[in-house]
Write a protein of this length. Structure first.
Length: 207
């Protein structure tokens, strides 16, 4: 029989799985924002992202409070270590939610302005979003403990790809602004999104 504390840890693990899945849904919405041109549709989707950001904050607090209560019971040192790890996970997952919201806000800023990204910038953002989505999907595989795909190295490989891609886009952006392919302002928004994806991937690896 599992002890009450062990059952509580299992319950918290399920909640963390749900939290991570919800964060992936949030990122998918942010991806969709990039291509939502109708103002009404955009505002609706942006509001949903905001709502998810609030839910994410609440979930972090609820799971952390629950784990803190469990940790006050009689636990083995192994269970205590588990709880410490889970508290760290929850913080990092909430940070992924923050990054999603930051990307959404940058896209919102671009929509409110008069300029748009170039076709090439859109292609690069697609590629970056695709890599970022892969990293979140891989995180979910690991969190849920699905044994068949449990390759932690894959997470590090994706993160390396994202880092290298960010570096490449950063130097290309400087050249493109200097060549007047687009304005400094649009280049800044573009790089804000790229950098936020890279930050998000760091939180994923921390999880």
């Amino acid at each position: 029989m599992l002890s009450t504390a062990e059952l509580s840890i299992l319950q918290a693990r399920k909640e963390i799985n749900l939290f991570a899945e919800r964060i992936q849904r949030m990122f998918r919405m942010v991806r969709d924002l990039l291509h939502t041109e109708n103002e009404n549709d955009f505002n609706k989707l942006f509001s949903r992202v905001e709502k998810y950001e609030n839910i994410s904050d609440n979930m972090e607090l609820e799971i952390a409070n629950y784990l803190t209560q469990v940790s006050e019971g009689r636990l083995s040192s192994e269970s205590k270590l588990q709880i410490r790890g889970m508290l760290r996970e929850v913080t990092e997952i909430e940070s992924i939610g923050d990054s999603c919201y930051n990307i959404a806000r940058t896209i919102n800023r671009k929509i409110k302005g008069k300029e748009d990204f170039t076709e090439e910038q859109y292609q690069h953002l697609h590629q970056m979003f695709s890599l970022t989505n892969d990293s979140i999907a891989q995180m979910n595989v690991i969190i849920s403990g699905r044994k068949d795909n449990l390759d932690v190295n894959r997470s590090f490989n994706i993160e390396n790809e994202i880092n290298n891609y960010r570096t490449q886009l950063k130097s290309q952006n400087i050249n493109d602004v200097n060549d007047h392919k687009y304005t400094y302002a649009i280049g800044t928004m573009y790089m804000d999104i790229v950098s936020e994806c890279e930050k998000l991937a760091d939180y994923v690896v921390n999880v």
